[in-house]
Ligand binder design. Structure first.
Ligand SMILES: Nc1ncnc2c1ncn2[C@@H]1O[C@H](COP(=O)(O)OP(=O)(O)OP(=O)(O)O)[C@@H](O)[C@H]1O
Ligand SMILES: O=P(O)(O)OC[C@H]1O[C@H](OP(=O)(O)OP(=O)(O)O)[C@H](O)[C@@H]1O
Length: 218
C-alpha cells in the first residue's frame, strides 16, 4: 500500500478558514476533523492516500520540517520564528491576517520614544523574531518566553513591553496596552518539506491545486 501524504493543519482559529480552502483544493476531510471536540489527531480525506493531522500551530512547522508531514498550513509568524531551512512556503493562502507588534502600557507610550531604546525587556512567544528585529536596529532584546497571555506581563512586572500578534487591537485595548512598533504582517502559508517536493510526485500538483484555490477565493 502507498505511504499516505500527510498535511498538517493547526487547530484553533486557522482551522475554520483553512477548511474551505482545502475543499476548493479538492480535499474534504472526514467530519470528525472539523469537530474540535474530537480527540482524534489523524484523519482520512476523500482523496485516497491523503491524510490530515491536527496539531498546535507552532508544531505544524516542526512536523513538516522533519518530514513527518509533507505539507502544512501555518502562519508566517511561525515560519519566521523557526526559520527551518527544510521548509519551502510556496503559497500565501490569504487567511489568518494579523501583524506581529511591540506593545506597551498606554501611560508609558505617552512619553516613550522607540528611537531612543538601547536595551528592551520583552515578554513574547517569538524570542527569535523579536531578537532579530531589535538587533537589526542596534537594540539588545532580553526576551521572557511565554506561550500566551503576554498582555499580563507589563502590569504584573514580568516585562515592561510585549511582542504579540494583533488583529482588531481589542486584546491590547482591554489590557491597557498600545501598539508602538510593527514587526511584520502575517498571513497563513502553505508549507512543503523540501525533500518531499522532490521525492513525492503528488506534492507539486497539490501545491498547484492550493494556488488555484486561493486565486478562486479572491
Ligand atoms: N488575532 C488573530 N487574528 C488573525 N490571525 C491570528 C490571530 N492570532 C493568531 N493568528 C494566526 O493564527 C495562528 C494560530 O494562532 P492561535 O491563536 O490559534 O494559536 P494559539 O492559540 O497560540 O496556539 P496554541 O494553543 O497551539 O499555542 C498564529 O500563528 C497566527 O498566524
Ligand atoms: O487584536 P485582537 O483581535 O484582539 O487579536 C490578538 C489576540 O489574538 C491572539 O490570541 P488568541 O485569541 O489566538 O488567543 P491565545 O493566544 O490565548 O490562543 C493573540 O495572541 C492576541 O492575544
Amino acid at each position: 500500500m502507498a505511504t499516505p501524504l500527510i498535511i498538517a493543519v493547526p487547530k484553533g482559529r486557522i482551522l475554520a478558514e483553512a477548511l474551505p480552502l482545502l475543499a476548493r483544493a479538492g480535499i474534504r476531510p472526514e467530519p470528525a476533523f472539523a469537530d474540535e471536540d474530537s480527540r482524534a489527531l489523524r484523519f482520512a480525506t476523500d482523496v485516497v492516500h491523503i491524510e490530515l493531522i491536527r496539531v498546535r500551530a507552532f508544531d505544524v512547522a516542526t512536523f513538516v520540517a522533519h518530514g513527518a508531514a509533507q505539507l502544512g498550513i501555518v502562519g508566517s509568524d511561525v515560519i519566521a520564528e523557526f526559520a527551518y531551512s527544510e521548509l519551502y512556503a510556496p503559497v500565501d493562502l490569504g487567511i489568518g491576517h494579523c501583524r506581529l507588534s511591540v506593545a506597551e502600557p498606554a501611560a508609558m507610550a505617552a512619553t516613550d520614544d522607540p528611537r531612543g531604546w538601547s536595551h528592551v525587556r520583552v515578554a513574547t512567544k517569538y524570542p527569535h523574531v523579536t531578537a532579530a528585529h531589535f538587533a537589526a536596529r542596534g537594540v539588545q532584546a532580553e526576551c521572557v518566553k511565554l506561550n500566551g497571555a503576554m498582555e499580563l506581563a507589563p502590569t504584573l512586572g514580568l516585562a515592561p513591553r510585549i511582542v504579540d500578534l494583533v488583529s482588531s487591537g481589542r486584546t491590547l485595548k482591554e489590557n491597557g496596552l498600545v501598539e508602538v512598533e510593527r514587526i511584520m504582517d502575517v498571513t497563513s502559508r502553505l508549507i512543503v518539506n523540501r525533500a518531499a517536493m522532490k521525492t513525492r510526485a503528488e506534492v507539486v500538483p497539490l501545491v498547484e491545486a492550493f494556488r488555484r484555490a486561493v486565486a478562486e477565493s479572491r
